[in-house]
Design a binder for this molecule. Structure first.
Ligand SMILES: Nc1nc2c(ncn2[C@@H]2O[C@H](COP(=O)(O)OP(=O)(O)OP(=O)(O)O)[C@@H](O)[C@H]2O)c(=O)[nH]1
Ligand SMILES: [Mg+2]
Length: 460
């Protein structure tokens, strides 16, 4: 079946599970007509004739069997002042899986089609209510794991990034027009930008682009969370640290080495930064099948971590197991966590290899040094600069487009400086414009759109 962007679509917009209410959303030219065929009110209200932006009380009834499905409130919102700029109907029913599904099925039988993931937001984009970078931020907003992540997503949804990108596009368009005027009328006196001014403008755009690129790493952390793995030999206190950070007894702690077998992952919030803490199995040589699988997973977690908390036990001497782990983690961004400060040996020494790494002494058991450790994690991961300026790039797609645009600016400057034909400079400027255009979605292909919106949940 070929889907059309003009079909009337329907989906369950609330999460699966039990809830006080559940919502089925319908959007498209037939949204009101289709809903009106399954909605009945004792007062004889007909959805097709109600005013826009009203909420209507009644029942959903299967028109074929006459069976009553649920008691509902139905919002009718007619185009264009709606999420999708099409007619939208939202059926608020009781939040049970069976009810929601039955209502969705009735709508399908009446002519709606099941929405694809993100299709409501895709329509908002296709109908011009929001641009592409705004549409993408909807998913970030939904998935935000801390308040700061939410704020960044909302800023993007409000169009802060789009405004910046469009500003840069405006400057470039102007510069381009001037360069092209020189090409078209080489003999004439044009009251345009001087050579020096053209150069200055291109440099300005390039430097602004550069700032956005620099902010990406920070933005990515806010969006996706920072992956932090606690590693160390058995019994150093890794699970105790996880529990101390979470302030709850999440992982089993015992004095038996090899307690943790599986990877345990939990989110914590460090000054607004979403941090995924990963507790791992202690690394050692073992003959136990389960433990060995745990160790294999630990090594994988170590590999994938963006930051490693390398834990040593200050109540014991450093041994070859520690040294092996230190070696495995040598290329990773690391904080050395010296645990069991409460029972520290007098002659405890940090191995030479770790001397210039950031180091924090803690007692996971007593909860000492935990705040200092959190500060160290934060400071090592976030510059804080971009967050303060309030404009940070969170999407890889955006970063790639920005990098391409930056390269075009450099090429333009290069050709301009070398007095190559102005056509070449103009070509690079146009190229840069189109890369910036990709971010806000002036220039997109169907492939990019499908990729972006397939990330969404159904019903959004
Ligand atoms: N005195 C003292 N004991 C601690 C401290 N942290 C952990 N322990 C004890 O050390 C033992 C091991 O702690 P765990 O947190 O299970 O260690 P682990 O690194 O997760 O061990 P595995 O899962 O076996 O790899 C337990 O008996 C803890 O109570 C500490 O700061 N001080
Ligand atoms: Mg453990």
């Amino acid at each position: 079946m070929i889907f059309s962007e003009f079909d009337t679509i329907a989906a369950i917009s609330t999460p699966i599970g039990e809830g006080g209410i559940g919502i089925v959303r319908i959007s498209g030219p037939e949204a009101v007509a289709i809903s009106s065929r399954i909605f009945f009110s004792s007062k004889g209200v007909n959805l097709s004739t109600v005013k826009s932006h009203t909420i209507n009380y009644g029942y959903i009834i299967d028109p074929e069997s006459g069976e009553k499905i649920d008691e509902v409130l139905v919002s009718v919102m007619r185009a264009p002042k709606t999420y999708t700029r099409e007619d939208v109907v939202e059926i608020n029913c009781h939040g049970g899986f069976i009810i929601l599904n039955k209502i969705l099925n009735l709508l399908i039988r009446q002519g709606a089609r099941v929405a694809e993931p993100g299709e409501f937001t895709k329509r908002a984009f296709l109908r011009g209510r929001i641009d592409l970078s705004q549409a993408e931020s909807v998913i970030d907003l939904i998935r935000a794991k801390t308040d700061d992540a939410r704020k960044i997503a909302l800023e993007h949804l409000d169009g802060k990034l789009s405004i910046k990108i469009n500003e840069l596009r405006d400057i470039l368009t102007r510069v381009c027009a001037h360069v092209e005027a020189y090409i078209d009328f080489p003999e004439e006196e044009i009251d345009g930008l001087t050579e020096a001014e053209i150069k200055k403008e291109i440099i300005k755009v390039r430097d602004e682009i550069d700032k956005l690129i620099e902010g990406y790493e920070e933005g990515k952390i806010y969006r996706e969370g920072l992956r932090v793995a606690i590693v160390g030999k058995p019994n150093v206190g890794k699970s105790s640290l996880l529990n101390a950070l979470l302030m709850k007894e999440r992982a089993i702690v015992t004095e038996i080495p090899g307690t943790t077998r599986d990877i345990i992952e939990e989110y914590i919030n460090i000054k607004g930064l979403p941090v995924k803490i990963i507790d791992t199995a202690g690394i050692r040589k073992s003959h136990d099948l389960v433990e060995n699988e745990g160790i294999r997973r630990t090594l994988k977690a170590l590999d994938e971590a963006e930051l490693v908390l390398l834990m040593l036990d200050m109540s014991e001497e450093i041994n070859s197991l520690d040294m092996e782990i230190i070696d495995r983690a040598k290329d990773k961004k690391t904080i050395v966590v010296l645990n069991k400060s409460d029972i520290k040996r007098d002659n405890f020494h940090i191995p030479q290899q770790l001397k210039n790494k950031p180091t924090v002494e803690i007692s996971a058991l007593k909860g000492e040094g935990i705040e200092k450790l959190k500060d160290t994690i934060f400071n090592l991961s976030v510059l804080g600069r971009y967050r303060q300026e309030g404009l940070i790039v969170t999407k890889l797609r955006h970063k790639i487009a920005l990098e391409s645009a930056k390269a075009s600016m450099n090429n333009a400057l290069d050709s301009f400086g070398k007095n190559e034909p102005l056509e070449i400079t103009a070509m690079f400027l146009r190229e840069g414009l189109s890369f910036l255009g990709q971010i806000v979605g002036v220039i997109t292909t169907e492939d990019i759109l499908n990729l972006i919106f397939s990330e969404f949940c159904i019903g959004k």
